[in-house]
Design a protein around this ligand. Structure first.
Ligand code: FE2
Ligand code: FE2
Length: 278
């Protein structure tokens, strides 16, 4: 069994320090195998914001794997934006902007969908796609395979007006091969869980799509701060949403998918679990 804490859109610079402290405490109590961060660690890619994100990550209990978001590219300094868009991110967060994490039970493939020529939307080049295909070929075949990127690849129709990946079609052939079990993304500051077949985009293979809300920022867009715990068991994936209730993070909903043949099929969704009466 492995547990991954999926955090997104921390937006240091527009974050709530109290929620950040509570999140660290929650992570220390859970001690996941990995903390996976799907971008937007800062608000405006300022040095002090990256320093705060770096300090936060140093206090976390487990290793982390991160990819940049559109907010992690400098906005105000146009030269820096185009000459060294990920320079600060690489200095403070991760030298590698598309890292891979290999565990005996799972592999996470980071994908950098932020691009200096696009403000909100994401973009994936032909070379990035080829690189991902090569990394997938080289990875252990029987492990859970998880893609980590900032921009959602596919979203339910009701969220289609929000900025995602400009060229999601470039990834669909990879998804159709069944090469990925799970995609972890952020950017929308909305929490949802779905899978590719139910989106009615002509996919025959189901890949689970996990969209995390904003973990600690004040840019909640109508939703409380939250993050997702991914629990990996043989043939089974549990997704537990941990929500901030102004005091601490608690479990709000648990959704279970099980492997049926080559596909992931919804097994159950649990309502909030209440503590037993004393
Ligand atoms: Fe964001
Ligand atoms: Fe974003």
């Amino acid at each position: 069994m492995r547990t991954i804490a999926h955090l997104s859109d921390l937006h240091f610079g527009r974050h709530n320090p109290r929620v950040a402290d509570a999140l660290l405490q929650d992570l220390w109590e859970i001690q996941p195998s990995l903390i996976a961060i799907s971008g937007d660690l800062t608000q405006r890619a300022r040095k002090r914001e990256f320093q705060a994100a770096c300090d936060f990550l140093k206090q976390a209990p487990t290793p982390y794997l991160s990819v940049p978001g559109n907010h992690d590219i400098p906005l105000e300094n146009i030269f820096e934006r185009f000459l060294s868009p990920f320079g600060r991110y690489q200095k403070y967060i991760s030298e590698e902007t598309a890292p891979t994490f290999v565990d005996p039970e799972f592999t996470v493939f980071g994908l950098n969908t932020a691009h200096p020529s696009r403000w909100k939307q994401g973009y994936l080049s032909h070379e990035q796609r080829q690189s991902l295909e090569a990394r997938l070929r080289a990875a252990p075949a029987r492990n859970f395979r998880i893609l980590l990127c900032h921009h959602p690849v596919l979203v339910p129709p009701e969220l289609n007006d929000l900025a995602g990946l400009t060229n999601p079609g470039s990834l669909l052939p990879i998804l159709e091969t069944g090469a990925l079990d799970l995609i972890l993304a952020g950017h929308l500051h909305r929490n949802f869980l779905t899978e590719t077949i139910s989106l009615d985009v002509g996919m025959k293979h189901s890949t689970l799509l996990v969209q995390a809300g904003t973990a600690i920022s004040t840019r909640e867009r109508g939703e409380a701060n939250a993050y997702t715990l991914i629990t990996l068991n043989p043939g089974e994936i549990l997704m537990t949403v941990r929500v901030w209730d102004n005091q601490k993070f608690h479990t709000s909903i648990v959704t279970t998918y099980r492997k049926a043949g080559n596909n992931w099929v919804h097994a159950s969704t649990s309502p909030p679990k209440r503590a037993a009466a004393p």
